[in-house]
Design a protein around this ligand. Structure first.
Ligand SMILES: [Zn+2]
Length: 414
């Protein structure tokens, strides 16, 4: 059975209308439901030449449909090691091999890493890709950017969206619990990212689009209200989580930046990631983001009360605290990004925050208690120590994160 896609079906005919009156379309297809028993129908839709189509998966996902698809269409298949990283080295090697085989379309079977590798590789090939999603673990499926590792540093690279996404709800429900929790963890940050994006808009008049959140809200509420059912095989809640993650990724594509899904909470996690604090524990992105979102939410709830008519200033770049965590090369990259932000501030000046602005910001924020409750009901940890991050490093990351990126957030006034 194929699930009614609601918002995506409307978007495919440009017919989803926000309260603002703006209509939104979607340049790719989303199919959800019992895909496993109907594979043949769905791959055909893309119109790819089987002689030029390749299957990409990893050792964890090869048995989840990758082999069936390859056998059905007589396609060659690349099985990546299960601990593969989306490094440019891996991607460039794959591109070279596929170019040699005249491949211009990739059917990827996997989640975060496989999706990033397929997205970037098919973009570099000048071709297309489709993804059979195997876990609801992150929001990158509908994003046009790929998260890759270049010279040891994780960066977001412009790429493209998939032509088609297939989501088998039973496969998503059978995904390991930590990957399901991870998708919820990444979704928690909508509230802190939106508050940061809105603050930047108020203070610096940067772009902001509330329609992106209007798309997500019904699914976020459904998931957060019944989050514990995700681990008990409830397909309705899983469909909502899948839609929420897709729309969060699409929001970044619509915004032309990751701002609607990535604020100060992602910057804190990014510092710890760059410092290698997450490597030993092999933490997924969403598990880290749950912890940093709770910390960021506490910062925002304190700061929002002190915003009225406050005169905001921008200090010079300060690497103190970061020096213990980052290399000289990383610090240099951070300084360049921070100086872009300082220059924007100098150019635009800073508006005072009114009572109406504060009210609007508070409206998009969720209480820390609510976030903690949602996190714990799906088995996510709340504290940095619970996921192996040392308190000292965590506090240094909170203090230094504002200096690492050109994005304006509540960390800039903390
Ligand atoms: Zn994220």
């Amino acid at each position: 059975m194929i699930v009614d896609n609601g918002i995506f079906t409307q978007m495919q005919t440009n017919a989803w209308q926000a309260a603002s009156g703006q209509c939104y379309g979607l340049p790719c297809a989303v199919t959800m439901g019992d895909i496993r028993s109907h594979i043949s129908k769905y791959i055909d839709i893309c119109g790819w030449n089987p002689k030029k189509t390749h299957v990409l998966c990893d050792e964890n996902t090869v048995h989840l449909m990758a082999q069936d698809i390859a056998a059905l269409y007589h396609l060659n298949i690349t099985i990546l090691p299960k601990d593969v990283k989306p490094s440019m080295q891996v991607i460039e090697k794959l591109v070279k091999e596929l170019r040699g085989q005249n491949v211009n379309a990739i059917v990827a079977v996997g989640s975060g890493t496989v999706n990033d590798i397929a997205k970037m590789a098919s973009f570099m090939l000048g071709g297309e890709y489709g993804i059979v999603a195997t876990a609801p673990s992150m929001n990158g499926y509908l994003s046009a950017n790929a998260s890759v590792i270049d010279h040891g540093v994780r960066v977001s690279r412009s790429a493209h969206m998939p032509k088609h996404i297939w989501m088998d709800i039973n496969i998503l429900l059978e995904a390991p619990a930590y990957l399901i929790a991870s998708g919820v963890g990444d979704s928690l940050s909508r509230t802190t990212a939106q508050a940061d994006w809105l603050l930047s808009h108020v203070v610096l008049n940067t772009h902001y689009n509330s329609d992106i959140f209007e798309m997500q809200l019904p699914y976020e509420m459904h998931v957060f209200d019944h989050v514990e059912k995700l681990l008990k095989g409830d397909s309705n809640i899983m469909i909502s989580l899948a839609k929420l993650l897709l729309l969060s990724g699409y929001g970044m594509t619509l915004a032309g930046s990751s701002a609607p899904a990535s604020g100060g909470e992602h910057m804190i996690a990014h510092v710890l990631d760059m410092a290698g604090c997450s490597a030993k524990q092999r933490l997924t992105h969403g598990i880290q983001i749950a912890v940093t979102t709770l910390a960021m939410s506490r910062i925002q709830q304190k700061q929002v009360e002190e915003l009225l008519d406050r005169h905001i200033t921008v200090p010079d770049f300060n690497s103190q605290g970061l020096e213990a965590l980052l290399s000289d090369e990383q610090l240099k990259a951070c300084k360049g990004a921070y100086e872009e932000k300082a220059a924007l501030f100098a150019q635009k000046g800073c508006a005072l925050v009114s009572e109406a602005n504060i009210k609007a910001i508070k409206q998009v924020m969720l209480c820390v208690d609510v976030l903690e409750d949602v996190a714990s009901r799906v088995g996510l940890k709340n504290k940095p120590q619970d996921i192996g991050w040392q308190t000292k490093a965590f506090n240094q990351a909170i203090k230094g994160a504002r200096f690492t990126r050109n994005r304006w957030t509540f960390l800039d006034i903390a």
